[in-house]
Design a protein around this ligand. Structure first.
Ligand code: MLT
Ligand code: MN
Length: 311
């Protein structure tokens, strides 16, 4: 099974368009050790030919241009794509707007929870995905399903979506009703993806507001986990003067500290741990930073665009 990181940054990307934080300035200047990153997505394939996209980022067009495996084959038909399926983990802007890039009458299967499918259905801009070509499937939590290629054949993968603590997408928040932070609902899911051929599997969790006993039990002994690396500390955006929200308020568990993801995953015997969905303020983006050294010392890798893994 092949896994390709298409976008390793959180919403906004790194550097974010309007961000003048020193991290962003360093990436914008092309400094070594401050690699720019596009927004949150990975691609998975059992055969290296036909791919399942996990989340569709606003940077999808660039990601396809940067990853030849996602481009039409040179000897193929005049219109074609190795992208056969798309699975969404939530309805955040950084995870759904790439669907608009996938218009132009190209067949694929679109999987998401009923909740997220409902959000898409309620937004007529997504009608650019012509139903004659794009089949939308509402998937059930905790039930493994086999994503299909555009021609209806199996991709050789099983996907199990399960709810993790999170919240409704930012753009769907209703201040009048209040926002249930850390709710375990169909709004935010994690994915366990396995190859039906090798049986190997991994977890993709780009957003998670807290660790639960159930989640820890699922992750114990896993071969590979991509985990929410949005912020280093909860008040990072406030401390650095770029925003007013904590990580918790945004539905993200921070990396550091006794109650951070490094500590909480430390005892779970996960073989390979990779932070993904990294915010522009997070010092782990800087390859020479003490924070990067700390995550490396704790056995974590920091995802970068184009990172290729095999299982
Ligand atoms: C998040 O991960 O917190 C969201 O992508 C934020 C956003 O929509 O900008
Ligand atoms: Mn996000």
């Amino acid at each position: 099974m092949h896994v390709r990181v298409l976008g390793s940054a959180a919403g906004g990307g790194y550097p974010q368009w309007n961000c003048n934080h020193p991290n962003s300035r360093r990436a914008r200047a092309g400094e070594a050790g401050a690699k720019a990153r596009t927004q949150s997505s990975i691609a998975v394939s059992a055969d290296g030919q036909r791919w399942l996209l996990c989340n569709a980022s606003p940077d999808l067009r660039q990601q396809i241009n940067d990853n030849a495996v996602l481009q039409p084959a040179a000897a193929g038909p005049l219109r074609a794509s190795p992208i056969q399926s798309v699975m969404l983990t939530n309805a955040d802007v950084d995870h759904v707007t790439g669907l608009l890039t996938l218009r132009e009458s190209q067949a694929f299967n679109l999987y998401a929870t009923s909740r997220v499918q409902g959000v898409l259905a309620a937004n007529s801009i997504f009608n650019v995905l012509n139903p004659a070509f794009v089949a939308r499937h509402a998937i059930s939590l905790d039930e493994a399903f086999r994503p299909l290629a555009a021609d209806g054949s199996e991709l050789g993968l099983t996907v199990t979506a399960f709810a993790v603590p999170g919240k409704v997408a930012l753009w769907l928040e209703d201040a009048a009703k209040g926002v249930d932070i850390g709710a375990v609902t169909e709004d935010t899911v994690a994915l366990e993806i396995r190859s039906t051929v090798s049986g190997e599997g991994f977890f993709y969790i780009p957003a998670c507001a807290r660790m639960t006993e159930e989640l820890a039990a699922r992750l114990r002994g896993a071969a590979l986990v991509f985990f929410d690396g949005t912020l280093w500390v909860d008040d990072e955006m406030i401390r650095d003067g770029v925003g007013s929200k904590t990580g918790q308020r945004m539905g993200h568990l921070s990396v550091s500290g006794a109650d951070g993801s490094m500590a909480l995953l430390a005892g779970l015997a996960v073989k390979r741990k990779v932070f993904i969905h990294i915010n522009t303020t997070n010092p782990i983006l800087l390859e020479q930073s003490p924070e990067r050294a700390a995550v490396a010392a704790a056995g974590w890798e920091v995802a970068y665009d184009g990172m290729a893994l095999s299982l």
